[in-house]
Design a protein around this ligand. Structure first.
Ligand code: 1HN
Length: 367
């Protein structure tokens, strides 16, 4: 984690008046035999690395603003379909890896993992459950399903399907064309915590009704006289047709709203749908330029419909349908729908629930 060679980030203009940070002693300032004596006993001096682990004012993230184009991923994923049978992959995924973390780390940010998964007609990705939380956003194809906790969820383009920590899940495909989806997991966090593991299991027996029908209407939940649902994850599939309709309704009801955005929540308690990562959908109105608040969590943008230009500090990403990008925390982000006629619909995943639980969630004024 610690790299004493890492340069401290430049101070933003508005903070130049802060106390000038004094340079501290370097490793090279210490006699070689002293350094050797320390490392012989598993000891390390703090001061040469103190500024790297506690940079002034703003963290120095490894996460780099990065874009992944679907047009690049798709043919390579299809090639994986030809090269590696599902039995040899279990999950046939190309990971969207952030070069700032090193490709081998398979991280989009400190806590977010992203992957594009391919399931071909007739294939089965066997049942397992694991500690990392996952969601999928369906990108392409019809006829595939994922069974989660005994509930069979059909996959349709734009749907969000949860597979929270500990729930059994498996994928199957009765259609006749490839199905591709985006996986979003908190795997890097779970791995860092040394809590990441999986259990294999037998195929589930499908039981129970579809949760998206049970919670289809906003403001009301099933309330039998004797029992309210106590499932930690009562709703597993959030159909895109419903979320899209909610965004359009919000736009019509509140034409002057600062942003047309809805959060994917637990409909029983209004809380985050999962424990670590937060999920939402945003409609960019035709021609809209949206400045996001500067916030501590890293964030991922994935275009479901239309196109968007995403500016992250000085980087500019032009995203079309099914393209994805990520941004580290604490940066200036601007989204623009350059179409004067079509709305754009964007899926967002961020680390906000985690930051809030840890007490480090922060917003800052744009400067
Ligand atoms: C996983 O279980 C799935 O169930 C996909 O489809 C991607 C990446 C890392 C660890 C577990 C799935 C995954 C994963």
């Amino acid at each position: 984690m610690i790299n004493s060679q890492t340069a401290a980030p430049a101070l933003p203009a508005s903070h130049e008046r802060e106390k000038v940070v004094q340079a501290l002693g370097r490793m090279e300032d210490l006699p070689l035999e002293y350094r050797q004596a320390l490392s012989d006993h598993n000891l390390v001096p703090l001061w040469p690395s103190l500024r790297a682990v506690l940079p002034p004012h703003t963290p120095g993230p490894r996460t780099q603003a990065t874009q992944w184009d679907y047009a690049t991923i798709r043919p390579l994923l299809m090639q994986a379909g030809a090269l590696t049978p599902i039995e040899k992959a279990e999950r046939r995924v190309l990971v969207l890896a952030n070069p700032g973390h090193g490709l081998d780390k398979m991280q989009a940010s400190s806590s977010i993992y992203l992957g594009m998964q391919l399931l071909l007609p007739g294939e089965v990705a066997p049942a397992h459950r694991h500690t990392p939380n996952a969601v999928r956003v369906i990108v392409e194809g019809e006829g595939a399903y994922t069974t989660v906790d005994g509930e069979k969820n059909m996959m349709q383009r734009g749907d969000l399907i949860l597979t929270p920590t500990g729930l059994w899940h498996e994928h199957g495909h009765d259609g006749d064309k490839p199905v591709i989806w985006l996986d979003v997991l908190d795997l890097p966090l779970m791995y860092y915590l040394e809590t990441s593991y999986v259990k294999e299991g037998a195929s589930q027996t499908v039981s129970g009704s579809a949760s998206e029908r049970v919670y289809a209407h906003g403001g009301v939940v099933p309330a039998p006289m004797f029992e309210r649902s106590d499932r930690r994850y009562p709703m597993l599939r959030y159909p895109w047709v419903e979320v899209r309709a909610a965004l359009l309704a919000l736009h019509e009801a509140q034409p002057g709203a600062a942003a047309v955005q809805v959060a994917y929540i637990n409909p029983e308690n209004g809380g985050d749908s999962e424990n670590v990562l937060g999920f939402s959908a945003l409609m960019l109105r035709p021609g809209e330029l949206l400045q996001l608040p500067v916030r501590s969590p890293a964030i991922v943008f994935h275009v479901i419909e239309g196109a968007a230009v995403v500016k992250v500090d000085d980087k500019v990403f032009t995203l079309g349908e099914a393209d994805t990008c990520c941004a580290p925390g604490y940066c200036r982000i601007q989204l623009e729908n350059t179409s004067a006629v079509q709305p754009a619909f964007v899926f967002l995943a961020d680390e906000a629930p985690l930051h809030r639980k840890l007490g480090v969630y922060e917003t800052r004024p744009q400067d």
